[in-house]
Design a protein around this ligand. Sequence first.
Ligand code: V47
Length: 355
Amino acid sequence: MDLIEKVRHKIRLTQEEGEALYELDLYTLGELADEIRIEKYGKKSYFNINRHINPTNVCADICKFCAYSASRKNPNQYTMSHEQILEIVDNSVKIGAKEIHVVSAHNPNDGVEWYMGAFRKIKAKYPNVHVKAMTAAEIDFLTREYGHSYDEVLEMMIENGVDSMPGGGAEIFDEGVREYLCKGKVTSSQWLEIHQKWHEKGRQSNATMLFGHIETRAHRVDHILRLRDLQDKTGGFNAFIPLVYQRKNNFLKVKNFPSGQEILKTYAISRILLDNIPHIKAYWVTASINLALIAQEFGCDDLDGTIEKESIQSAAGASSVEGMVLDDFIALIKNAGFTPVERDSLYNELRVYGS
Ligand code: V47
């Protein structure tokens, strides 16, 4: 059976076969991924009304790709108080945000309570707002800095109102590339262990992959398959999010950036290989909104959300600092031939925007 027939017969692909998918032409790959997407979701494209908050850029770790953390290239340190965080949440909830997505740098100055207190206060004031917070990298940092175990930090998150975990900090799992990109940060096996423990507590999370820098196609496939293996055990991942590397204001020297075609191929291959992760998210912040709209035809069924404000990727050149206006977002999805569906953070459908 050839590769295309195997995909159509839903036969699981190996590392070598995953790499071979890249040799197919873009249209064939797109067609294969689209068939899977259409079978699962038809023309529905999911999004949520969310707000990203990045409460501090003070970071004990150094990742070469990061333009967000305060450093030589970005000397403007900030750390928000709980009151400032709550004020942002107040304003976002007023305009309809149902999810608050909190990702911080690894701040060695303010202790675990600075992280946990923020979640507790958000949840106490807005019990119905979904708090998506704490990447595995942040959790690992808190254990290293303050001597807690992973289980202790995860239990604290639950006690203080965290509903689900975002997928950040995964970068690329290959140990060699990872060592070069972000030595000292959470390792690949630790990242997977933390998500496994979270899932075993009955909770859900997402998974990302940072690509388009120094990694090879084989590294991407390896990353995706390590996620597929964990998902077989736990079933706790909701969405896979390939993040396109943004190149400005950081310390990573990259010679060749991926073409639009390579990005679309990576989305399509993710959809094909990840037969057990329900959603593939084209995160418009890193793909650009135009490519994210096209990605809907290459296996992606989710565009994240309106975001309102974003600091991590916009620091590295993405044009996401002000988020997206809801009406524009809906109109763009419709114009691209898809049906916008507002979802909650766990993919329950809230509103279908018909024609
Ligand atoms: O882990 C840092 C990435 C991530 C750059 O779970 C960069 O729904 C591109 O994880 N170019 C944080 N990316 C953001 C994140 C996320 C985003 C949206 C949705 C979800 C979700 C999670 O941002 C980090 C890192 O991989 N990042 N620098 C850069 N220069």
